[in-house]
Write a new protein. Sequence first.
Length: 277
Amino acid sequence: MKKTGMLLLTMFLAAAAIFAQVSFSDNLVRINGGTFTMGSPVNEPNRQGREGPQHQVTISSFFMGKYPVTQQEYEEIMDMNPSSFINPNMPVESISWYDAVEFCNKLSIREGLTPAYTIIGSGDMRTVLWIRDADGYRLPTEAEWEYACRAGTTTPFSTGYSISTDQANFNGHYPYYDNPAGEFRVTTTVVDSFAPNPWGLFDMHGNVWEWCWDWFDEYPRESQTNPSGPESGNYRVIRGGSWDYHGEFLRSAYRDFALASFPYNFIGFRLVRSAQN
């Protein structure tokens, strides 16, 4: 009886663990396609030249994670948590761009989807090819990221012309433009600590920078449809600002770059899936 009882308990716990696993797809938000003006206007305070020229971009519909990938989610797939600030519900950080694309592929395989990337080689010499018609998880393009961050707005932030440390996690000792100073938390925060943007996405401004698919380069001047950046480069695009950066770096149009092979404790990532209809 004891052995039978223990066996039943073990089976129950195993089943409960399986049912407790929520599909990552449950945390995706559909972003309906449209056309927007990418980049910042020349009169936007703290604007940098690499945010222009402004140009029209048309984006097809896609699905995007409502939160950056959390430490709990990352550990579930990768069996490790490299983060500097430990909390299962904080965004994973200290991961390289290569770590992020590997996560996307492993998660796709687990959920029976076609991986979005073919990874050739190892180490810093890896080549990553994007399979455009795959239904698996991937990183957003830079254009998809800004489109989703703006959520229909044309102001510096989806919150308008200002942003405070009550609305996002950043170094509030250095607020944007002439906004009042705020808190500097010196850490990442739980991913739903602040209100989402108008399209239901959390932490698009601040907390951690987010890896994008694109190599970093200057913008084109002409209109584009579903751009994915140059074919090669030295750095990958990061977007959104982070816990230790000034308010100006959280602007929707601000763009920066980082080495794909280096794990920074202020960079995480967010999942995307292409819409199949």
